[in-house]
Write a protein that binds this ligand. Sequence first.
Ligand SMILES: *[C@@H]1O[C@H](CO)[C@@H](O)[C@H](O)[C@H]1NC(C)=O
Length: 367
Amino acid sequence: MKTILYLGSVVVFMLLDVRGSDLVEFDESASKECGCKSTSRSKLNDKEETQDEAVDLTFASSKYSAAANIESNFERTNQMSFIKGDIFNMGTNKPVFVADGEGPERVVKVDSFYMDIHEVSNAEFEIFVNNTGYVTEAEKFGDSFVFESLLSENTKSKVTQAVADAPWWLPVKGCNWRHPEGPDSSIKDRMDHPVIHVSWNDAVKYCEWVGKRLPTEAEWEYACRGGLQSRLYPWGNKLMPHGWHWTNIWQGEFPIENTGEDGFISTAPVTSFPTNSFGLRNMVGNVWEWTSDWWITTHSSEAVSNPSGPATGKDKVKKGGSYLCHQSYCFRYRCAARSQNTPDSSAGNLGFRCASSTLPEYLQHMG
Ligand SMILES: *[C@@H]1O[C@H](CO)[C@@H](O)[C@H](O)[C@H]1NC(C)=O
């Protein structure tokens, strides 16, 4: 805890001169669609009901703690930050994407909880798979969505389908979390990058095994805002205070050229970029993050307490935008922004982090 508090105070100091309330000029073209929700699996696998065999959950979640805390050759990034509950303004009255249900701004109360400091990394996910033999949905379906320019010519030449409204998304055979750009790619040199090509169902199983759960959308957004009121980003309203890159998004002309000025063309290590004042990294940018809520676009402006979304639905809410987002296209690397996918969907820009109402016992003695 001491480490977190210390980090927190350093960040608060840094935030003093960046949280300025400069108004952001919204580019009209920001309303152009980016295909953020085009990577839903149902579009390609309409008739495939391959998921009859229920996921093998013989690994009881009660067995998690010992295994979840094993030694690994890789840096553990499973620590959590305490998020003190409060009321906050959720959503925005200045929506960029009205149809996404970004508004209205409404008063929401969340109870205290713990949030993963980092997005779940390949190393952390591999510990889970090593201990449980878990097979992800992308592995069962045999494919997942990848952004075209990240593929090798060889892999690209084998793709036969594309997404009509977002042709830069290609369904790639043999693509999964271990092979993020298809069979000729590996995670060997990016064990500290966020795990991708994991479905909502996969994320739920992972969080359960480590004694955590997915955050609600309200918890996620409250955590993203880091105590700031009605600001765009976790650090304020300016995209690049001090001229620094504060998040991993797209620079250059989408979808033609990604100049990678922020240091990354694709995912960045989960430990990169500054924390917000709640001690959390990469809440916006890098990869979209699953939340536990079902998707709905109409919200009452009444104040609510610990909302957890509708009881049922078709899509799950994802938050935070990704390394593919650019202001001209997918201006969704804002705390209020949101998008959706079916719970069995996976893609190369979609990952997650876990939350918990109480700190798992095995994390209480760390740091
Ligand atoms: C998973 O198991 C393999 C084989 O034992 C090992 O080489 C690897 O380091 C393990 N992964 C992690 C993240 O500990």
